[in-house]
Design a protein around this ligand. Structure first.
Ligand code: HEM
Length: 456
């Protein structure tokens, strides 16, 4: 038993209590070693210790929130900002001036700049590109042999985000670089988050050198994208033009650093999340061939023998429910953090100003108190009327509040279309060497999925 496991939960004059500790911390690393070793199981068992529990990550105390209601309260309250271990570990990638990391008035201005590109009524405008990419993927896989699904999923995610939002063909040869860089960065950053040993990550051992190389390359890539667009002299009606033409609150053009951080803040989450979710979807289709058949049947009923089109997406309800259920059980964004900016209260517990908050959509979305048959993959639970019992905020893979993902409609349309196209064309078998265990970095996805596609 560790010291913090025997500390009492104290009650204060305000009536607010100190959150109970999560047992099992070790000297120096605290709970970091558990978060490094088996983070999914660790977060899932935290709910047994309380609604809010205290963790130690290295020298820091961090508060973990374990109920849907309180994660919603955190996401919606102005008492918390984007900060904390997750965002600190991402800072070398995302900078401080992009929409994903900025706070306050800067964040509000940036959301106003990017929001039009993601509005529900803007998404059909991306339909032709999404269709083209989905069908190109099917054609490519007809003759591809064994697929390295990591590369394939990230490639299509990068291509769709870049072609839709930055209207460039310049991504063709850069997509692979982005994927490789992000894979290195997102696992390295997770390690830096849970085992924050600052200066040790500057020691020039191979892992740190590889991390720094990937980071430098991704920043270079973004500079190339911006330079290419400027050199082209073109100003298509897209997100990149909106970013390049954005002005600050005084009507002055925004600075180069902000443009750079903004492009990173779009390309990075846009490819990592969709790529990871598509990997999980393909794993689901492989492990549950009966579900894949139902998706194929739905596509056949709705579409007939022509290729699936963007306009079909709203009728592909079963396919969409497979996407949603995949996001419930395998949420790409499986961990989120915030920081309290004032002394505040959460569920009757005292949260001091400056405290870091952490919560896991993975654990929340697998809570047996929220979902019957919580570990069962059941797309039909999302049929109309079927999800009425699900508590508020228990299923929020795109988050809620002012930091909610701007790309929820875009991503759902993209993932539903690609899933429909692939399931209609192929069945899948895992190839030797495939490893579908979860790979946990900043995002969650299968470790190394190798699939053989068999044309239907
Ligand atoms: C924010 C999930 C796709 C751009 C977020 C957040 C979540 C999320 C949970 C909120 C983070 C927080 O509360 O701290 C997802 C999932 C996706 C997806 C599950 C796909 C399956 C995309 C795509 C793009 C994108 C395709 C862009 C092309 C962003 C941006 C933010 C964000 C810019 C920051 C918003 C802000 O802080 O105001 N995403 N995302 N996401 N996402 Fe997504």
């Amino acid at each position: 038993m560790t010291v913090d496991a025997v500390q009492p939960t104290t009650s204060e004059p305000s009536g607010l209590r100190e959150p109970p500790p999560a047992g099992g911390g070790v000297p120096l690393l605290g709970h970091g070693w558990k978060l490094a070793r088996d983070p999914l199981a660790f977060f899932e068992q935290l709910r047994d210790h309380g609604d809010v529990v205290r963790l130690r990550l290295g020298p820091k105390t961090v508060y973990a929130v374990t109920t849907p209601e309180l994660t919603g309260a955190v996401a919606l309250s102005p008492d918390y900002i984007i900060a904390g271990p997750l965002w600190e570990s991402l800072e070398s990638l995302l900078g401080k001036q992009g929409v994903a990391t900025a706070n306050g008035p800067l964040h509000r201005r940036q959301r106003r700049t990017i929001q039009p590109a993601f509005r529900l009524d803007a998404v059909p405008g991306y339909g032709p590109i999404m269709e083209e990419e989905a069908h190109a993927l099917v054609e490519r896989w007809r003759t591809a042999g064994t697929l390295d699904v990591t590369t394939e999923s990230f490639r299509v995610a990068v291509r769709i985000a870049a072609r839709c939002l930055m209207r460039g063909s310049y991504m063709d040869d850069r997509a692979d670089r982005i994927c490789a860089d992000l894979a290195t960065l997102f696992s390295g950053m997770y390690q830096r988050m849970v085992v924050p040993l600052g200066p040790l990550y500057r020691v020039p051992v191979p892992a740190n050198r590889e991390f720094n190389r990937a980071l430098a390359d991704l920043h270079l890539l973004v500079d190339e994208i911006v330079a290419d667009r400027r050199a082209s002299g073109q100003k298509p009606d897209d997100l990149l033009t909106a970013l390049l033409e954005a002005t600050d609150e005084n009507g002055e053009p925004i600075g180069e650093q902000e443009i750079h951080d903004q492009v990173i803040a779009i390309v990075t989450p846009g490819s990592e999340t969709v790529g990871s979710t598509l990997m999980s979807l393909l794993q689901v289709l492989t492990q549950h061939p009966e579900l894949a058949d139902r998706v194929r049947d739905e596509v056949k009923t709705v579409v007939g023998d022509r290729p699936v089109a963007f306009d079909d997406v709203r009728k592909l309800t079963y396919t969409a429910n497979v996407v949603v259920e995949t996001m419930r059980l395998y949420p790409a964004v499986w961990i989120l953090t915030r920081r309290a900016v004032t002394d505040t209260a959460l569920g009757g517990y005292r949260i001091p100003a400056g405290a870091d908050i952490v919560y896991s959509p993975y654990a929340i979305q697998r809570d047996p108190r929220s979902f019957a048959r919580h570990e069962e993959f059941d797309p039909d639970r999302w049929l109309p009327g079927g999800s009425e019992e699900v508590p508020r905020f228990a299923m929020s893979p795109f988050s809620v509040g002012n930091r909610k993902c701007p790309s929820d409609h875009f991503s759902m349309a993209e993932l539903t279309l690609v899933t429909a196209a692939l399931a209609a064309a192929f069945t899948f078998e895992e190839a030797p060497g495939s490893d579908s265990r979860p790979r946990i970095g900043i995002t969650l996805r299968p470790r190394r999925l190798l699939l053989n596609p068999r044309p239907r």
